[in-house]
Design a binder for this molecule. Structure first.
Ligand SMILES: [Zn+2]
Ligand SMILES: [Zn+2]
Length: 302
């Protein structure tokens, strides 16, 4: 293969979502065990056999590459396969990345149109209703948001809170226990007297954590210890930001397309089987098309 180079230079501003999750798990006493009405913390179930495996995707559209740097050549880029399941030990961090990106672009888009700034709100039900079904509490939370003049946003269920516990060896670990509450990143509100009145009437505590620096950072942090359950969305939209009210410009990841001809890249295999899987890193390379083939087409047709 001709010279291969990493697709990105590794610039690191903050912890990756994978590192964030690993650290949370390591610092917890019961990350895998805590459960409430079928909800668990992310990343506690076995991956599929193919989760996290690296594959090549590429483009052999030589005629489309005429006049570019890849003149007469093909192009390949390596990808890590992911199931994007929040419960998957291997892929939960990809779920966080994708959800945070999607949600942040929705919030950012709304801010562009309305010139508003998002707030982070936490709604906690009174102790005596905490064993109600999560779906019912969610409805109550939505009603309270409405009463407090929230315009819309996203809501994330947190069935658990953490208690820091100092161990005999001097380290501090988190113990997670069921204590349901809801995080909201959204717009509108919060009139202090309405919040007080709401507390008197319902017993729900509504806390304003204030305006956010970055929607992406806020969402990824909230999702890292959100409640996840098969068949239930961990993050839902309401009010002006619901799917029926706010449509987003269609977005397609250009990353999946060939940089020279914009065609969608396909799973591609090198004829030399001794090469094996790609190295575990994002790589890309201009290639000799005779050395590669796309397995979904029979060879004699190409
Ligand atoms: Zn997976
Ligand atoms: Zn191409």
């Amino acid at each position: 293969m001709s010279q291969m180079y990493p697709a990105f230079s590794q610039s690191k501003k903050s912890k990756s979502n994978y590192e964030l999750l690993e650290q949370l798990k390591q610092n917890s006493l019961n990350w895998y065990e805590v459960e409430h009405q079928g909800y668990r913390l992310p990343s506690t179930s076995n991956p599929h056999e193919w989760c996290g495996k690296w594959i090549w995707k590429g483009c052999l559209n030589v005629s489309g590459h005429a006049g570019t740097e890849a003149n007469g050549k093909g192009f390949v880029r390596s990808f890590k396969r992911t199931c994007f399941r929040s419960i998957c030990e291997e892929c939960a961090s990809s779920w966080i990345s994708r959800e945070s990106n999607k949600s942040a672009s929705r919030l950012d888009h709304y801010e562009k149109i309305t010139d508003e700034k998002s707030k982070h709100i936490i709604l906690s039900p009174p102790v005596w209703v905490r064993d109600k079904p999560v779906s019912e509490l969610k409805k109550e939370a939505y009603q309270i948001l409405k009463n407090l003049n929230a315009k819309g946003g996203c809501m994330i269920t947190h069935p658990f809170r953490e208690r820091k516990q100092k161990l005999l060896d001097g380290t501090t670990k988190s113990y997670w226990y069921p204590s349901i509450h809801f995080h909201v990143v959204g717009y509108g509100w919060l009139n202090y007297s309405l919040v007080v009145e709401n507390f008197r009437k319902s017993g729900w505590i509504v806390k304003d954590k204030g305006e956010r620096e970055s929607n992406y950072g806020t969402i990824r942090y909230i999702l890292s210890h959100a409640g996840v359950k098969k068949g239930f969305h961990s993050l839902t939209w309401f009010g002006d930001l619901s799917y029926s009210k706010l449509s987003m410009p269609k977005y397609e990841s250009e990353f999946l397309n060939c940089p020279y001809c914009s065609e969608k890249m396909k799973l591609i295999v090198n004829r030399d089987v001794s090469l094996g899987e790609p190295p575990p890193q994002q790589m890309e390379c201009i290639i000799d098309v005779l050395e590669w083939f796309i397995p979904e087409y029979p060879q004699f047709l190409r």
